[in-house]
Design a protein around this ligand. Structure first.
Ligand SMILES: Nc1ncnc2c1ncn2[C@@H]1O[C@H](COP(=O)(O)OP(=O)(O)OP(=O)(O)O)[C@@H](O)[C@H]1O
Length: 375
């Protein structure tokens, strides 16, 4: 007998779309929105979409397609969200932000005696490949015993990720990808290579990461909210930094897609005690990096999934920002968390009980924030 996943279902009654006269109900089932507002054909009638794909968003905002969203059309991504959510662009923007702060002489760009940023050192050292190969080699030679993690820029769920600790492995990867019959020069994938955090905080001997949610309702002025609940994703195999286990992804990658065949892969987590600490970090990131580069379209809001690893010195490291965090659930608590997350997000994005309106000043009263806390 096949075991069926419990279905997360949220039905929200929204005001009827004034133009189409229908679509008054938004129904989200697990990861899918089952009312008809998602398909591109439905864009002209769209009144509100919580879960439009990034591809559809690209088409909505592309000059070629010629769509113009009207005042009651609100969508769940900013047009150039990828500036934050693509691994390579996120790092590029952080580097640019640091340089700007340094040039301005900002106290945020202060460094310690060893030349490390005091406040801006929150992403592991990262280079783009192949573009930054020489810079990477220079850094690698400074600490030849370090481990690095290679990640394809355009993939998710742990696909295509591997760990290396020798330069010869990169050379082999480069040779193999050049000669691969599947990859021509034009389709060759860009990768990022990041210093591997090899001293993660462990619980029960296992590595884990935190998933936090951050909602941005406008970039100019910046208004962002952090969700007080999140969860931890655990590896199913006990952690070891031993190089003999570098190929064992059950030890190193916390993605649910990788670990789902193991036991108890994720646990819900109250972030109440963490919010001041994490809030500063998230605000610094969204405010400093996101604010100047993002196109602040008034029809948009976005709920990001932040992946964070804590090391054994309790320092948080930002690993990635996801534009479409999964809304599927594997346990009853997980289901409640996602249900409330969707509900609270909708309450901030759309004025309570009213027709969506992009001219709305997006400052809802405190009572409707639910588990969100304004940063
Ligand atoms: N620098 C790092 N140090 C230690 N572990 C890392 C590092 N970067 C990534 N990882 C591990 O690898 C996993 C996958 O990395 P990442 O989230 O960047 O890739 P992804 O395939 O895009 O995943 P997702 O599906 O969450 O978007 C992380 O959840 C984390 O467990």
């Amino acid at each position: 007998m096949s075991r069926r996943k419990p279905v997360l279902k949220l039905v929200k009654i929204l005001p009827t779309c004034p133009r189409s006269g229908t679509h008054g109900v938004l129904e989200i089932t697990s990861n899918r929105l089952v009312s008809g507002w998602l398909s591109e054909a439905a864009i002209p009638q769209l009144c509100f979409s919580f879960r439009m794909s990034v591809q559809t968003i690209r088409n909505v905002f592309s000059v070629e397609t010629g769509y113009r969203l009207s005042d009651d059309q609100i969508v769940n991504h900013f047009p150039n969200h990828y500036e934050l959510t693509r691994k390579d662009l996120m790092v590029k923007n952080i580097k640019r932000y640091r340089k700007e702060l340094e040039k301005e002489g900002s106290p945020l760009a202060e460094k310690d005696e060893s030349g490390k940023y005091l406040y801006l050192d929150f992403v592991p050292i990262t280079y783009m490949l192949p573009a930054d190969y020489n810079l990477f080699v220079e850094e690698f030679r400074k600490s030849p015993s370090s481990t690095w993690i290679m990640k394809p820029c355009g993939k998710a769920q742990g696909k295509g990720i591997f760990l290396i600790n020798k330069l010869s492995q990169i050379k082999k990867w480069s040779r193999d990808s050049k000669t691969s019959s599947f990859m021509t020069q034009s389709t060759k994938e860009a990768y990022v290579i990041s210093l591997y955090i090899n001293n993660p905080l462990l619980i029960g001997g296992r590595k884990f990461d935190l998933r936090l949610y951050v909602l941005v309702s406008t970039y100019r002025p910046l208004r962002c909210y952090m969700y007080k609940l999140g969860f931890c994703r655990f590896c199913t195999v006990k952690y070891t930094p031993s190089t003999s286990e570098l190929d064992n992804m059950f030890v190193h990658l916390t993605n649910v897609a990788i670990q789902k065949h193991g036991v108890s892969a994720s646990f819900p987590l109250s972030l109440r005690k963490w919010t001041d600490f994490m809030g500063f970090f998230v605000f610094l990131f969204a405010g400093g990096v996101g604010w100047p580069v993002m196109n602040n379209d008034k029809h948009c809001f976005e709920c990001y999934g932040y992946d964070i690893i804590i090391d054994d010195k309790l320092k948080p490291w930002l690993i990635e920002v996801n534009a479409s965090p999964s809304l599927t659930s594997s346990t009853a608590n997980d289901r409640i968390l996602k249900y409330n997350l969707i509900n609270d997000t909708l309450n901030i994005a759309v004025p309570n009980g009213e027709i969506p309106d992009c001219k709305w000043n997006k400052s809802p009263p405190k009572e409707v924030l639910g588990n969100y806390e304004i940063l």
